[in-house]
Design a protein. Structure first.
Length: 167
C-alpha cells in the first residue's frame, strides 16, 4: 500500500509517494538523499538517527513516514545558518566531541533538543528536585544524552561541549 505525504526537511518542502511501511529514516536516506541521520541499530536504541521532529528530538528508525505527514524535520545539516555553525556544532568541534563521526549528527541533534527540554524545565531521572530549576551538570547531561551511543567513547568530550553551552 502506498501514500502521498509531505514533509519539510532542513527547510525544503517535499511531496513524496511512500510505501506505508517506510520509516522516516529510510525516506530521508533512500528517497530524499538526506544522509546526515545515520542508520545504526534500526531499533531506536543507539540514537544515530536522532533529528528534531517538529521541534523535539526523535529517532527516525522507529517513526513511520505516513504517521508524520506534514512534519518538519531538522537534521544536523539543517542546524547551521549557511557557513555559520550552530552553537552545539561549534562546541562539539571546540571540545573534539567526536572520533569516527558516525554518531555525531544524532548526538548534536539530541544535544540541541535536550538543551531546549532542560531550558523548559523538564526534569530527568537524576534531577534532585523536579520542582527546582534544572541545573545541567555532568550527571544530568549524561542521563539526558544516554539514548545516544558512541562506539568510540567520546563521551567526556561530548559532555564537556554540552556543559560549556549550559553555562
Amino acid at each position: 500500500m502506498r501514500a502521498q505525504i509531505s514533509v519539510t526537511v532542513d527547510g525544503q518542502a517535499w511531496e513524496v509517494d511512500v510505501d506505508t511501511r517506510t520509516t522516516l529514516l529510510d525516506l530521508l536516506r533512500e528517497q530524499l538523499g538526506v544522509t546526515s541521520p545515520k542508520k545504526g541499530c534500526d531499533r531506536g536504541q543507539c540514537g544515530s538517527c536522532t533529528v528534531l521532529l517538529n521541534g523535539r528530538r526523535a529517532t527516525l528508525c522507529l517513526a513511520l513516514a505516513v504517521a508524520h505527514d506534514g512534519a518538519s524535520i531538522v537534521t544536523a545539516d539543517g542546524l547551521a545558518d549557511g557557513d555559520e555553525l550552530h552553537p552545539v556544532q561549534q562546541a562539539f568541534l571546540a571540545h573534539d566531541g567526536f572520533q569516527c563521526g558516525y554518531c555525531t549528527p544524532g548526538q548534536i541533534c539530541s544535544a540541541v533538543g535536550m538543551l531546549e527540554e532542560a531550558k523548559a524545565g523538564a526534569p530527568s531521572h537524576v534531577t534532585a528536585d523536579p520542582a527546582a530549576e534544572v541545573e545541567l551538570n555532568a550527571d544530568e547531561i549524561r542521563e539526558r544524552m544516554s539514548g545516544n551511543l558512541c562506539r568510540c567513547g567520546a563521551y567526556p568530550n561530548i559532555v564537556a561541549a554540552i556543559e560549556e553551552l549550559a553555562r
